[in-house]
Ligand binder design. Sequence first.
Ligand code: HEM
Length: 149
Amino acid sequence: MRYTALCEALPMNYLVVKWIHLVSVMIFASGMLVTPWLVNGVCRQPRDENQQKFLVSLRSYHRLITSTGLTLAWVLGWMMANSAQWWGHPWFRVKLLFATLLSAQHGAVSGRLRKLCGDPQCTYKPLRFPWFFLGLVLIAGLVVLKPSI
Ligand code: HEM
């Protein structure tokens, strides 16, 4: 079935779900692009009280906003995949792989923030996540172009 015909055949709420999926992805991605950068600024040496407060506030944002964006992206993406039966499409399988990798990076940031907040003496090498940006670029290409691979 052609893509436009598919859109016509599916109930309107597919597009509403896609809209909210996209907004969730934007919230998740913006948090994940900025948070490691901010953590890098304070994670190399033991921290004073103000720096710890900053990290705690950053962690709250990560847990409340960025994690909610990720959860919604998964739930709504799953609903769309079920509704349109995208599971067997090669582009979708590759997209799912990259979405899983981006989710794992989110988990890595959560773990570091937990440790840094729990101990002001704990230090880390800076987080470097160029792969996150690359993953986003590839996912966007896959969902828009839907290559048959
Ligand atoms: C977490 C990283 C993710 C990113 C960056 C992402 C990105 C996107 C984008 C940009 C679109 C919009 C495409 C368009 O407007 O045509 C989209 C659509 C979609 N996403 Fe995701 N997504 C992610 C996770 C997921 C997950 C985990 C699933 C499934 C379990 C999923 C399933 C879908 C489906 C089914 C569509 C609609 C495809 C269509 O009808 O054209 N996404 N995604």
